[in-house]
Design a protein around this ligand. Sequence first.
Ligand code: PBG
Length: 329
Amino acid sequence: MGYPAVRMRRTRRSPLLRRMVRETRLSTANLVLPLFVCPGEDVEQPVGSMPGVARQSVDRIVATCKAAFDEGVPATILFGIPEHKDAIGSDSWSDDGIVQRAMRALREQVPGMLRIADVCFCEYTDHGHCGVLRPDGSVDNDATVVNLAKQSVSLARAGADVIAPSDMMDGRVGAIRAALDEAGLGDTLLLSYAAKFASGFYGPFREAAGSTPSFGDRRGYQMDPSNRREALREAALDVEEGADLLMVKPAMAYLDVLAAMRERFDLPLAAYHVSGEYAMLKAAAANGWIDYDRVMMESLVAIRRAGADWILTYAAREAAALLAKGWEE
Ligand code: PBG
């Protein structure tokens, strides 16, 4: 049966009907707020390409998390800007490292909030690559995995509830799981950046984190944007190695990958609405070209519709505020 007996517009007639047939909902339970933690006290350094985002010292991070948690944002993921960088990124596994200090402060002062630690080396190495370099400039996978496990154990001990490796080394999920279990940290979750693409959308993040590679690019370890089947293979391996959740990154340009993962795997899924996606919305809105609130919320709902349970987004607090005002109606 079709038109005129079927009239699709009938269920769109009123806000009430639209609300009652809505298939996808965004809730504050879906939101994760990424934050950049830097050394010092009372430090707040705005990131030029990401309006509303700043590098913050530990005390400021605590205040931001308190406010965000009160607004309904349940989780944060922390990125560190360390005091010192070296060739292997050893600051990242120092028990007194910048993220470790922030984790301890949050565990103490915002205990209800879920604490996620990004695990990688690009912010901690003087060359900006995500691991230990070989003489030819390529990243040594297996040597890097050993260090990733050290970094993960140190962060989990400091209070990270979730370890989220974003380096794209092979075998890291299994190695991190084994190291955590061996250290008596069996309750720590593993959120794997299973399909992380070598993307231009990370541009503003690299300014924020000071993690632009000093030579070359990340195509030797991050995925080719053209490949969806390969993303599913990556995800399958991470499931086998013990990941608790899988992530796709970036989000908007990779919703087909996310939807394919939703079809194939039963694990909870996350999507990272990355810095470039956020910066584009802010830039267009600043020019008066789009309605920021509307396009931002539409983006997050689209990411949900494609299959994400968690959305890592710099707009988490803005979204929570809109949801509190009854945005859906
Ligand atoms: C690596 C990492 C990056 C992002 C998250 N984790 C940068 C990169 O791979 O270059 C990007 C996030 C964003 O763009 O918002 N530690």
